[in-house]
Design a protein around this ligand. Structure first.
Ligand SMILES: Nc1ncnc2c1ncn2[C@@H]1O[C@H](COP(=O)(O)OP(=O)(O)OP(=O)(O)O)[C@@H](O)[C@H]1O
Ligand SMILES: [Mg+2]
Length: 378
């Protein structure tokens, strides 16, 4: 399907005409890519990390300059070994378009691993490398240092972007693995890294704790929300482009109801758009709002499935607008939260499940539509 024809995109990374704003971030990130500064990007789910990094990677790769961006998704990596395999494959595959070069690089730069090649069936330029799983430090070093070797060989600089980097924290003996990565990567003068992902508390733990290997690894970017003004311009123009119309006020109402959450703004706008024949009005808005809650409801049942009744009570308190003051005994009584020690436990557990965000004394629900849904259901 041609993306340009889509009125709105949600549920996967967006691009082209369906990408808006992020001007400041684009400048900052592309600047880092060009000058070899490591970047870490953190935000709650579905705010737009993947879309932003893809956009900037494309800009840089299209410049045909001396900087080459390689993209890796760690989402499916369950072990350190799998990570090495994906890393080696993608770095080689994305830094060259010639088969001979691939073979040559793999043979020379991964010599200790006795790599084996498997050609793809679909395309003559598709291949994968496998190597013996039983790696030792020398071999691991070869893999982690592969981008540097290729950059030296081709006389370019390379940016390695790793999406869903929080996955690394799940590997067994992860801290040791992180130490290995950092120790190799920090000595590379022709390679920089852009590491990003969603599990905020996991990633913050990896990058802002002094005791962790990746502490102060690079420019730490907390992605912000897209502003209402940018969203209004975007929503209105997408309507106009398809021969429909929506007022600025209604577009603003869409943003407000989902707290400018990137993915929900697009989904909500899309629902209003599908219901609109010519001009969007309150009726279309209301219907779309119900659909939004119903469509996401299935997911929300999964969120609350398995929560204790205390945890549910706490969510109820949050949905009612209480974000702090949980040590207040009236509030604890009203929502049956037992004791402040219990509240502390609940907060930790819900943070771990990525349901709430805790900053100082303030606790808030991460997902704005989940909040509305809770208000309706609990
Ligand atoms: N710059 C943007 N302009 C318009 N819409 C955007 C933008 N960035 C993100 N979105 C919306 O948010 C959705 C999620 O974007 P994306 O997948 O990039 O987020 P993410 O932070 O990587 O999510 P996850 O945490 O799930 O990996 C997109 O499908 C799109 O609807
Ligand atoms: Mg993503």
């Amino acid at each position: 399907m041609q993306n340009m024809d889509k009125s709105f995109i949600f549920g996967k990374a967006t691009y082209g005409d369906n990408f808006t704003d992020r001007e400041f971030e684009t400048v900052r990130l592309s600047g880092n890519f060009r000058s070899g500064v490591n970047t870490i990007i953190v935000s709650p789910r579905r705010w737009g990390k993947t879309s932003l990094v893809r956009k900037v990677s494309k800009i840089i790769n299209d410049e045909a300059g001396e900087v080459k961006v390689v993209s890796i998704d760690a989402f499916l990596c369950r072990t350190e070994i799998e990570f090495y395999r994906v890393f080696a494959n993608e770095v080689i595959r994305q830094t060259s378009t010639k088969l001979e070069e691939w073979l040559d690089y793999a043979k020379r730069f991964l010599a200790r691993l006795s790599p084996k090649f498997k050609m793809g069936t679909d395309s003559p330029v598709d291949f994968s490398i496998s190597f013996d799983v039983d790696t030792d430090w020398q071999s691991e070093y070869e893999i982690l240092n592969l981008p540097q070797k290729i950059a030296e060989e081709k006389n370019i600089t390379i940016v390695v972007c790793i999406d869903e980097f929080q996955q690394v924290a799940e590997f067994s003996d992860s801290k040791n693995f992180q130490k290995k990565m950092r120790s190799v990567w920090q000595l590379q003068d022709k390679v920089s890294y852009c590491l990003y992902g969603s599990k905020m508390h996991v990633l913050s733990g990896m990058f802002s704790k002094q005791s962790m290997p990746f502490y102060k690894f690079g420019d730490l970017m907390f992605l912000q929300k897209i502003s209402t003004q940018d969203w209004i311009t975007y929503i209105c123009s997408r309507f106009e482009k398809t021969g429909k119309h929506i007022t600025d006020q209604l577009a603003e109402k869409i943003c407000d109801s989902v707290d400018n959450h990137s993915s929900y703004v697009q989904q909500f706008a899309w629902l209003v758009w599908t219901k609109t024949i010519e001009i969007a009005g309150n009726e279309e808005f209301d219907e779309a709002y119900d659909d939004l809650l119903n469509q996401n409801g299935i997911l929300f049942y999964q969120y609350i499935d398995g929560l204790s009744s205390y945890q549910l009570n706490f969510l109820k308190a949050l949905a009612d607008g209480n974000e702090s003051g949980f040590t207040n005994s009236d509030l604890m009584k009203k929502y049956n939260l037992s004791s402040s020690a219990n509240v502390a436990r609940i907060k930790k557990a819900l943070e771990k499940k990525e349901i709430v965000d805790i900053s100082g004394q303030k606790v808030s629900l991460i997902d704005p539509v989940f909040k509305i849904w809770l208000q309706r259901e609990l």
